[in-house]
Every structure is written in structure tokens, then in C-alpha cells.
Design a protein around this ligand. Structure first.
Ligand code: ADP
Length: 620
């Protein structure tokens, strides 16, 4: 490509994390290492899409009329594979910033995955991490990139590295626009210089690239827009293959939608829901996966406004004829056409989920397990679809085993005859929820409680005030409409009860909002519940995580007056000379309740007092 090299060759060191990544890539064992080719072809296809897009409005580029394609040449004698595209090419800055450095947060995840793996690593997962270009070091011991950018004033550049610690950049006399990647294959990777093998790999992973791929001059892929075909023309196999191509996933999808609509807006769409939540789904830089095309021309691969945020796990393609020809990213951001498409797509996705929930509960449970948390978060944002979404959210429940789910509708159908509210408990885990003393009344009375154990629940639950005229209530609130427990034998008299409650109030002072007799406790002596102003403990915890100065409101301490400890305290109250034992026990009961809901801040004092109490208890 470059007949004469300019003498100036600059050498650059890779950054430390890049060195580490390359070292791991070069020295790990893989299955499916052929994936490197998919990554290179996909980079070329991106580069071709970029130039095609630019030329919609600007034809003042190098080689404006050259065919847009990818060429692969093999040489068994020199053990090389060469891949050339007529894409947008790279500037010096691109080479240094994009090829020379670790870009995405996913790369570090990949490093960890490689480090923690004992056996061979499945290279198919590379698609999920965005290490792209560097995956070629799985099979090559030296990589050369020759490139020239589409800008008319660009220069030819050559980037070269053996992946061990540094790379070089030099100027070349390259005349044509585009990029050529030359892999010098490792000695034992000669298979990737074999025609049949490369053809097989292209068929398997890159069949749906938007541009022709030529191998030794022969076109090998089917440049074929599946979404343009009618449903009956598309085979299940092709759908799976296309899904894998577009998502980088190596499993089949959980399900798909194939749409062709004509009306106020016309568009075609092929959308998939993955079987597993993709990596980084909750991270800020998560890449959305619906590709937008305008009359078969690729516009953008991370169209955010085609779906609501809660559906960001959806992968696929939307192709419409209704966008202006000179679409830009700005146009796509507030296009009424896309807003309309989004509305239709959202409805269709909800319809599909509804269908699964009715006809295929295993599939729907799987959806809930993988995406339920994100889906639920939509309840507080997507108000247009809230009613439909309320029917589709699922929760764990005291009436079900761990890992099983119920809908609000199922809950309401099972409610006790006099039960008015839907009850839920917020907790960090199912186990913590089940141990919450505030649940004792509900267990004893056979009332189902929804167990909300995901972080978003603390925000979601209060945002659903009612479902079918039933209030949603946290079992931690103080104003629950509970049946008064029947007066048990040995229960204290009214006077005794008032006396001990007063003593609690005196000892605890302004640590609590109030002290009350409890109707909800069966086995525990005391519990803390939300007072007039406060919020659930779990909600408070979330607030504290976001704002370290956040102070929760005071709680109400509820006392189980029939608990043996309380009965003992009533008896002791009159005989205890200086009152110190009763007071210590009261503090201990209060702090014990704090401890069990996870809010005790001074465990040292608690333990010290407990030791003193044990000394007294064991000394007599
Ligand atoms: P990713 O493709 O996920 O961005 P890569 O490491 O594969 O990560 O590529 C890094 C960047 O290098 C690309 O985003 C692109 O800017 C540039 N690049 C790679 N290959 C090419 C190519 N054939 N033509 C133009 N640019 C390329």
C-alpha cells in the first residue's frame, strides 16, 4: 500500500491497563476465537455506515464514488489475513485515542472475566464487552492498520503493534480512502488463512452485514434486510442468526416481534428480548441496541428515543421511510415520526409481555427474573402505560416460595374476606423480610404480604397508592387496620399496661415518636414502625446512601404486652430498688428493635449493656 515510508516512525507506549488487557488476550486460551473476524468486519461495517451517512449530505469526500464494501484476502505462505474496507478511515487522533486506549467501562469487566477464568474462555462473550479490535490478538502476533480518512486533506497512516507494550505510527503514501487491517497469524493459527474456514465464519457471524463482503474476490454474505421481508418468508433459524448478529449474544433470544405497519407512520421492525440481562444494563454508559434505518440506510445504532427507558434491553432494527433524507442525530432526538413509532412499539412490546404472562408463565417468570427490576422502574416514569404495566409487574410473596412471583391481580383474588389493603414489606433480602417482626400478625392471620426486596422497590412501592381500589400499605406503617388481638390469659391489666408504656416513654424520651401497645406482634417483644412523618426503614437506607446527611424521622415503638419479658418488667417495676435493671432492659428492647431493622448505630453500647444484664441474670 505504501511504496515509500517516510522516515519518521513514532513509538507510543500502551497505557498500563491496556498492557494488562493485551497480555491477557494474548495469553488466554479460548473457545470460539474465530469471533475476532466478526469484530473486525463489524468495525468495517461501522466505518462504511459512517461514510454512507455523511455522504447523504456531503459528497466532498475522498473517493466519493468508490464501491462501499469489505474485501478479505488470505495468504498461506506469509500466514496473513488482510481485511480492507472503503469506510470512513481514521485520522491520527482516531488511531491514538480509539485504537490506542481502553475506551469503555466494559473492557475492565472483560479483564476481570479473563483473570478469574481457570479453563478456556468463551470468546463469544467479547461482543458484550466492547474489546472489538484487540480480539484479533487472540490469533495474530502482529497487527498492521493502514488507513486514510475521508476528509480531503487527510494523510495515509500506518499503525503497527505486536501487542507487547507499544505501537508505532508512521505516515504513508496511501491514496485510497479506507482501512486495511493485516493480521500476521500466530504459527498455530494457520486455519484463519484458509479460504473455507473464513467463509464458514463469515456465514456464521457476519451474514447480515449491511455491505458486501468479498473473500478472494467472491461475495460471500447475503446483504439482505430480514426486516423487509414478510413473516412467512423468514425462517426461525434466520431470525436466531440475525439476533445473534445484531446483539453479539450467543444464545437465542427470549422472544421477538416482527412488525410491518402502514398508516400515519410506516415502518418495519424486528425486535428481540434477550434471554439474559446484558452486561452493564444499569450502567450509565449502557449502549442501547435498537438500530435505526431510514429506507434501508443505517442511521444510528443506539437509538434511545425509539423505546422507553425501561425497555432498553430490547435489541433489533427499526426501518422507516418517513424520516427526512438529511436526518441527523438532532433530528432523531425530537422527531414526531420517531415519537409515534415509539408509542406503537411500546404498545406492541407490552402486548407481547401480556401474552407471555397469560400463556407462557415460565417464559414470563424468566423475563421478570432478568428484567423485572428495570421494568418496575418504568412504573414511576412511563405514566402513559402505567395501567398496563401494573398488570404486568410481579413480586415475591409470603404465599410463595423464593423465586416464584405473583401479580397484583392474583394477590387481590386471594385476599381475606375483610381485608381491604394490599400489604407489602420492604427489605434487603427475602430472608430479612421474613424475619421482620412486623410480619408476625400477618403470618398468624394468614394474610399474604408482598416481599419487596429489590432496591428500586423502596421507590416504586410508595408510587403505587392503589390497585383496583385497594390501598397498598407497608406493614411498617403505624396506621394499619388490624384486628385487636383477643385478650390473652395473664395479660396485664389496663393500669399495668399504661404504667409500663409510661415507663418506656420516660426512659426513651425523644428517641422515639411514641410508645404504643402492639396488635401486630406475636412472638417478638417489640418493633419499630413508621410514625406520622417517617418512611420505611429500607427507604431511609436508600436515602442515606444518596445523602449521607439524611436524617430519618423518629419511629413509634410498639410493645407486645403479652410477651413474657414485658410481663416480667411489669412485675419488676414495683420491686426494683433503684430502677436501673428495668431501665437497662427497656433500652435494650429498643436497641434490639433497631438492631433487627438494621439501624443500630452504636453496637458497642448495646453489647456492653447486654453483658451487664447477663451478669445480673447469671449471678443470682
Ligand atoms: P468498538 O468497535 O466497540 O468501538 P474497537 O476496539 O473495535 O471498539 O474499535 C475502536 C474504534 O476504532 C472504533 O470505534 C472506530 O472508531 C475505530 N475503528 C476500528 N476499526 C475501524 C475501521 N475499520 N475503520 C475506521 N475506524 C475503525
Amino acid at each position: 500500500m505504501s511504496e515509500k515510508q517516510t522516515p519518521k516512525t513514532e513509538t507510543f507506549e500502551f497505557k498500563a491497563e491496556m498492557k494488562q488487557l493485551l497480555h491477557l488476550i494474548i495469553h488466554s486460551l479460548y473457545t470460539h476465537e474465530e469471533i475476532f473476524l466478526r469484530e473486525l468486519i463489524s468495525n468495517s461495517s461501522d466505518a462504511l455506515n459512517k461514510i454512507r451517512f455523511r455522504m447523504l449530505t456531503d459528497r466532498d469526500v475522498l473517493d466519493a464514488d468508490v464501491e462501499q464494501k469489505i474485501d478479505i484476502l488470505l495468504n498461506k505462505d506469509s500466514n496473513t489475513l488482510t481485511l480492507t474496507d472503503t469506510g470512513v478511515g481514521m485520522t491520527r487522533d482516531d488511531l491514538m485515542k480509539r485504537i490506542g486506549t481502553v475506551a469503555s467501562s466494559g473492557t475492565l469487566d472483560f479483564v476481570n472475566e479473563l483473570k478469574n477464568n481457570d479453563g478456556p474462555v468463551d470468546a463469544q462473550m467479547i461482543g458484550q464487552f466492547g474489546v472489538g479490535f484487540y480480539s484479533a490478538f487472540m490469533v495474530a502476533d502482529e497487527i498492521t492498520v493502514d488507513t486514510r480518512h475521508a476528509n480531503a486533506d487527510s494523510v495515509g497512516l500506518r499503525w503497527k503493534s505486536d501487542g507487547s507494550g507499544s505501537y508505532t505510527i508512521e505516515e504513508t503514501k496511501q491514496a485510497e480512502r479506507g482501512t486495511t487491517i493485516t493480521l500476521h497469524l500466530k504459527e498455530d493459527k494457520g486455519e484463519f488463512a484458509e479460504d473455507w474456514r473464513i467463509k464458514q465464519i463469515i456465514k456464521k457471524y457476519s451474514n447480515f452485514v449491511d455491505f458486501p463482503v468479498h473473500l478472494e474476490g467472491e461475495e460471500v454474505n447475503t446483504v439482505d434486510a430480514l426486516w423487509q421481508k414478510s413473516k412467512s418468508e423468514v425462517k426461525e433459524e434466520e431470525l436466531n442468526e440475525f439476533y445473534k448478529f445484531i446483539s453479539g449474544d450467543f444464545d437465542d433470544s427470549m422472544g421477538h416481534l416482527h412488525l410491518s405497519l402502514e398508516g400515519k407512520v410506516s415502518f418495519k421492525a424486528l425486535l428481540f428480548i434477550p434471554k439474559k440481562a446484558p452486561k452493564g444494563l444499569y450502567q450509565e454508559d449502557f449502549k442501547y441496541g435498537v438500530h435505526l434505518y431510514s429506507s434501508n440506510v443505517f442511521i444510528q445504532d443506539d437509538a434511545r428515543n425509539l423505546l422507553p427507558d425501561w425497555a432498553r434491553f430490547v435489541k433489533g432494527v427499526v426501518d422507516t421511510e418517513d424520516l427526512p433524507l438529511n436526518v441527523s442525530r438532532e433530528v432523531t432526538q425530537n422527531s414526531p415520526v420517531l415519537a409515534k413509532i415509539r408509542q406503537i412499539l411500546t404498545g406492541k412490546i407490552l402486548g407481547m409481555l401480556k401474552e407471555w404472562s397469560v400463556e407462557d408463565s415460565d417464559r414470563y417468570d424468566n423475563f421478570t427474573r432478568e428484567f423485572g427490576m428495570l421494568f418496575k422502574s418504568g412504573l414511576s416514569m412511563d405514566f402513559d402505560n402505567r395501567d398496563q404495566m401494573l398488570e404486568l409487574v410481579r413480586f415475591e410473596s409470603s404465599a410463595k416460595e423464593a423465586g416464584e412471583y405473583v401479580s397484583l391481580e392474583q394477590y387481590v383474588d386471594r385476599m381475606q374476606p375483610e381485608q381491604k389493603a394490599i400489604y407489602y414489606v420492604l427489605a434487603e433480602s427475602r430472608q430479612a423480610a421474613e424475619m421482620n417482626p412486623n410480619l408476625e400478625y400477618f403470618k398468624a392471620n394468614d394474610i399474604e404480604v408482598l416481599l419487596m426486596t429489590e432496591p428500586v422497590d423502596a421507590f416504586i412501592a410508595p408510587s403505587i397508592p392503589t390497585y383496583k381500589d385497594h390501598d397498598l400499605k407497608s406493614v411498617e406503617t403505624s396506621d394499619l387496620d388490624l384486628k385487636k388481638s383477643k385478650k390473652k390469659k395473664g395479660a396485664p391489666t389496663k393500669k399495668e399496661s399504661e404504667g409500663i408504656l409510661d415507663r418506656f416513654k420516660k426512659v426513651l424520651g425523644d428517641k422515639v415518636e411514641d410508645v404504643k401497645a402492639s396488635d401486630r406482634l406475636v412472638d417478638s417483644a417489640a418493633t419499630l414502625v413508621v410514625g406520622k412523618e417517617g418512611m420505611d426503614t429500607q427507604m431511609e437506607r436508600m436515602m442515606k446512601m444518596m445523602d449521607e446527611n439524611f436524617e430519618g424521622a423518629k419511629k413509634v415503638l410498639e410493645i407486645n404486652l403479652t410477651h413474657p419479658l414485658v410481663i416480667n418488667l411489669i412485675a419488676l417495676r414495683d420491686n426494683d430498688e433503684d430502677g436501673s435493671l428495668v431501665d437497662s432492659a427497656i433500652l435494650q428492647v429498643y436497641e434490639g428493635a433497631l438492631l433487627s431493622d438494621g439501624s443500630l448505630t452504636s453496637p458497642q453500647e448495646f453489647v456492653k449493656r447486654m453483658t451487664e444484664l447477663m451478669v445480673q441474670a447469671t449471678g443470682k
